[in-house]
Write a protein that binds this ligand. Structure first.
Ligand SMILES: C[C@@]1(CC(=O)O)C2=NC(=C\c3[nH]c(c(CCC(=O)O)c3CC(=O)O)Cc3[nH]c(c(CC(=O)O)c3CCC(=O)O)/C=C3\N/C(=C\2)[C@@H](CCC(=O)O)[C@]3(C)CC(=O)O)/[C@H]1CCC(=O)O
Ligand SMILES: NC(=O)c1ccc[n+]([C@@H]2O[C@H](COP(=O)([O-])OP(=O)(O)OC[C@H]3O[C@@H](n4cnc5c(N)ncnc54)[C@H](O)[C@@H]3O)[C@@H](O)[C@H]2O)c1
Length: 447
């Protein structure tokens, strides 16, 4: 039998009540009323406050006369005040009998009411709250310990990462964008899975969540930055890239937009790549600072050169910002100095998958050469055969597969050229993985 969460009665219903343009009546003008004004005005309600002038505290006077966010009625409460069709009534007066009476009147009219000094008369309680942009954290002790609620709230707020409110705000913009890309109700599932994956992958790293966000602050001239996002570890991007990502109006990224969303895009266009570039262009035309974020380094197997030409054709010269390529960071993960005095004096970086699936002309064996092959996993058998049969590699030349380098799932496997395809099968190595071949593997690794 399935087990479900137990029901624990005796609580109150916790909601984020939408009160925009709703009519709220506050009775009283002391410090408690002042706090209520802030709470309901931050929720965009329309506030009427009833209280004789001599009862107004300084803060309430300020809200009435300076901020002008309150319609003030200069007298005591009258029963006919409730004829105004209020959506909510809050009493904060020092006359207990009158408080109770107003509470009962509201109950009779089914108007939700909070009576500051009579919890039993409250349809809802106020909570101790922390706000940072759209992030709202509220603590309730259900009337048991308001001071404790205050202390707990402060402790929670202090534990939050800086900038989290801004991150939440940008996430809202991004979710809106995703919905614009594909408004189909029936695609809600993939959209939600994508947003969930994004949040899980980038977690609390506020700056990096910001990097994928899209804002709309238009500037006068648009600039396109072609930025290397590094190999996957959020700490392995350059300071310059991070600054640009934080300040950009629009960031378009293929790395962070996983397959589910590219699938959505694909149905609108034959080529997802073109669509991404068109988004950049749209931003540029609006005068935005646009970051085109590429994994690794844009110009090393990143098709960055092609994108530079594309933007040039459209009248924009991209600013290039380098990134750390896995061609260098992956060997480092496996403790392989790709050059090392006396062992390796050159490193050749190539791919296992050339244009249209071709195999590039691999270099001859040289004992002082380190070979780094990107996108090699699917071609392990071909690569092994070419290196052994055509390129003179000794069967026992050390190799290393580095899977998901610089990501949490990172894995390093050492073997020899003779075994390199076998280990892919045996160890179930999957892309992305980098292959390193050469004697430099043995310098720091005792295998
Ligand atoms: C969240 C907050 C919002 C707000 O009201 O703005 C709030 N009280 C706050 C502070 C606070 N209130 C009081 C103290 C003095 C210390 C103490 O008594 O503990 C402090 C501490 C302080 O000032 O730091 C006195 C007090 N409060 C209530 C009573 C009546 C009673 O218990 O019978 C008495 C005794 C009066 C007396 O003895 O005369 C009743 C209520 N107060 C509530 C909310 C609701 C329950 C929420 C919950 O338990 O979670 C509820 C039921 C009704 C409601 O108002 O909706 C705000 C957090 C401030 C912050 O976050 O900084
Ligand atoms: N919920 C809470 O957390 C909390 C905290 C402190 C106090 N309280 C209670 O809330 C109430 C208000 O507290 P306060 O510190 O703001 O009090 P206060 O004495 O500073 O203010 C009371 C206000 O009510 C006005 N008033 C009195 N009778 C009125 C009427 N019939 N019509 C319109 N206005 C009227 C007064 O002119 C004054 O402006 C008190 O009963 C207090 O015990 C609640």
């Amino acid at each position: 039998m399935a087990s479900y969460a137990p029901i624990r009665p005796g609580g109150s219903l916790i909601l984020a009540w939408q009160t925009k343009n709703r009519k709220v009546l506050i009775v009283g003008g002391g410090q408690v009323a002042a706090g209520r004004i802030v709470s309901v005005k931050e929720a965009d309600a329309q506030v009427t406050l009833i209280c004789p002038e001599d009862g107004l505290c300084d803060e309430v006077k300020h809200r009435i006369h300076v901020d002008k966010v309150v319609d003030w009625v200069d007298r005591c409460f009258q029963d006919s005040d409730l004829d105004e069709n209020y959506d909510m009534v809050l009493t904060a007066i020092d006359d207990h009998e009158e408080s109770l009476r107003i509470g009962q009147l509201c109950r009779a009219r089914r108007i939700p009411v909070n009576v500051a000094d009579v919890p039993s008369m409250c349809d809802f309680y106020f909570m101790s709250q922390h706000r940072d942009g759209p992030l709202q954290i509220a603590v309730s002790t259900n009337g048991q310990g308001p001071k404790l609620a205050n202390m707990i709230r402060q402790k929670i707020a202090a534990s939050l990462p800086p900038g989290i409110g801004e991150t939440v705000r940008r996430m809202g913009i991004l979710r809106g964008k995703v919905r614009q890309w594909d408004p189909e109700i029936s695609n809600s599932g993939p959209r939600m899975r994508w947003v969930t994956k994004l949040c899980e992958d980038w977690g609390w790293s506020a700056t990096l969540v910001q990097t994928i966000a899209m804002t709309t602050n238009a500037k006068t001239t648009g600039t396109i930055y072609l930025v290397g996002g590094g190999p996957g570890d959020p700490e392995l991007i350059t300071v310059k890239a991070q600054r640009l990502l934080q300040t950009a109006d629009l960031v378009v990224s293929d790395r962070l937009i996983p397959q589910q969303v590219l699938d959505l895009v694909n149905r609108k266009s034959d080529s997802a790549q073109d669509e991404l570039l068109e988004w950049c262009l749209e931003g540029l035309k609006k005068g935005q600072q646009v970051v085109r974020l590429k994994i690794g380094d844009p110009l090393l197997f990143g098709r960055g050169g092609e994108e530079v030409l594309w933007f040039r054709d459209h009248g924009y010269e991209p600013v290039l910002v380098p990134g750390i390529s896995s061609a260098f960071s992956a060997p480092m993960v496996a403790n392989i100095p790709v050059t090392h005095r006396g062992t390796a004096d050159q490193v050749i970086i190539t791919t296992g998958r050339g244009t249209k699936g071709s195999m590039p002309d691999l270099p001859e064996y040289h004992p002082m050469r380190t070979l780094v092959v990107l996108m090699a996993v699917g071609r392990a058998t071909d690569l092994q055969q070419i290196l052994l049969s055509n390129k003179g590699y000794p069967a026992n030349t050390p190799i290393s597969w580095i899977e998901n380098a610089n990501c949490p799932e990172e894995r390093t496997i050492f073997s020899t050229v003779e075994q390199m395809a076998n280990v892919v099968d045996e160890q179930n190595i999957v892309a992305p993985a980098v292959l390193v071949v050469g004697q430099s593997i043995n310098v720091l690794n005792t295998l």
